[in-house]
Design a protein around this ligand. Structure first.
Ligand code: ZN
Ligand code: ZN
Length: 396
């Protein structure tokens, strides 16, 4: 029996990436400075003689209102993760950071997604509504764990709902897929090995492996052997720091932006280095958020289905066939349908909700690399420009 990667004690789901918070931070600081500027202009130009001028006073007030609203929005949208385990669920980051509930405390029938059609955001002609994940508790309380206007974050909330429902009302064990290897003695679906026989995980019987299937497993393992770089990439995404790390960067973005006037006054000789450094911090924050998108996609679109029973092999996300990964691998290609699967992120997702279209994980890695490419260059250039500006400022 091949050694399977150990199942994680906790499954982690990215609920809020922090991308919304970073956008809100831009609005918040821009409107805060706009309010101050508008206030100064109004104070300088208004004579107070003409009553029609009073409308002018509204401009800085409106700016200040939008700034306050954007700050609240950013605070609510800060990054958060949910961790699911045998015991229950807990949150890290966001409004409920540090809170945990056992499964016995959760009322699955009242746990749901709530869409608020009175709250909407329109970007580029696309309207989205505020959706919230409401956790119902057996003591009658209801807790809004997270909310978002963002389509992608809505998908995370849906996945969380499915995962919670699956924990509390487990789906019946799926029947073995037609035409796949099944144990002759006990009927369990067996992960095919590249050998004459494949051992049954359930009863230990040696199940003869059809030659064509053994060849496919051999081909899948050859692919796996040449995937060191992809394995390392996926591993680094799976091991990335939790939501709190992103929230620290978000906090740094806020502090630097609001502190700019003070920083520029204190270090006026280094104004160029201060401005470039502030911009670079924003880009670093964005880069950490992009990696959270990667993690979320791995857990939502690429994760193998969990084993149907303790000790059973994980199953292909696309076709549910048992897969036989090599010891320690985090990606495994399904011998039955050629879909790549990521192991070690067990969300107990619904059987129906599977991304079949994406087969080759190298495409995903390439797309993510492309997504990171330009922000990475920006961070590098920003850091370099900050250093050059600092030296220039010190010499001048
Ligand atoms: Zn068996
Ligand atoms: Zn498959």
């Amino acid at each position: 029996v091949s050694a399977l990667p150990p199942a994680p004690a906790e499954a982690r789901l990215v609920v809020q990436t922090g991308a919304t918070a970073l956008t809100a931070a831009l609005f918040a600081t821009a409107f805060a400075y706009g309010a101050v500027l508008a206030g100064l202009i109004v104070a300088a130009t208004s004579t107070g003689a003409d009553p029609s001028e009073r409308f002018i006073y509204l401009v800085p007030i409106v700016f200040a209102g939008v700034a306050i609203g954007s700050n609240v929005w950013a605070w609510r949208a800060r990054a958060s993760d949910v961790f699911l385990s045998e015991a229950g669920l807990r949150l890290e980051g966001g409004r409920w950071s540090g809170r945990a509930w056992t499964w016995a405390e959760v009322d699955v029938d009242r746990t749901r997604l709530v869409t608020d059609f009175n709250a909407s955001v329109t970007t580029n002609g696309h309207r989205t509504y505020r959706r919230a994940f409401v956790l119902g508790l057996t003591n009658g309380e209801e807790v809004e764990l997270a909310s978002s206007f963002d389509d992608a974050e809505h998908a995370s909330l849906e996945a969380l709902l499915v995962a919670v429902q699956a924990r509390l009302a487990p789906a019946p064990v799926a029947a073995p897929v037609e035409g796949l290897l099944g144990c002759g003695s006990c009927g369990a679906p067996v992960a095919p090995q590249p050998a004459e026989t494949s051992p049954c995980w359930s009863c230990g019987a040696a199940v003869p492996t059809p030659a064509a299937l053994a060849d496919k497993v051999r081909a899948a393992q050859r692919v796996a052997a040449g995937r060191g770089a992809a394995e390392a990439r996926i591993r680094s995404w799976l091991e990335q720091p939790p939501a709190a790390a992103v929230n620290r960067w978000l906090a740094a973005v806020f502090m630097v932006r609001y502190g700019l006037p003070l920083l520029l006054c204190l270090g006026s000789g280094q104004w160029a280095a201060i401005l470039l450094g502030a911009w670079t911090i924003g880009r670093v924050c964005w880069l950490t958020i992009i990696d959270r998108f990667a993690y979320r996609s791995l857990s939502l679109d690429w994760a193998a289905r969990p084993a149907a029973a303790p000790g059973a092999p994980p199953r292909c996300r696309a076709c549910a066939a048992p897969i036989a990964p090599r010891a320690g691998d985090v990606i495994a290609r399904c011998a039955a349908c050629d879909a790549d699967n990521v192991l070690g992120v067990d969300l107990a997702r619904a059987e129906a909700e599977v991304q079949v279209a994406r087969v080759d994980i190298e495409q995903f890695i390439a797309a993510q690399a492309e997504r990171r490419g330009w922000p990475r260059v920006q961070v590098g250039l920003g850091a370099l420009a900050t250093a050059v500006a600092f030296v220039w400022g010190a010499l001048a």
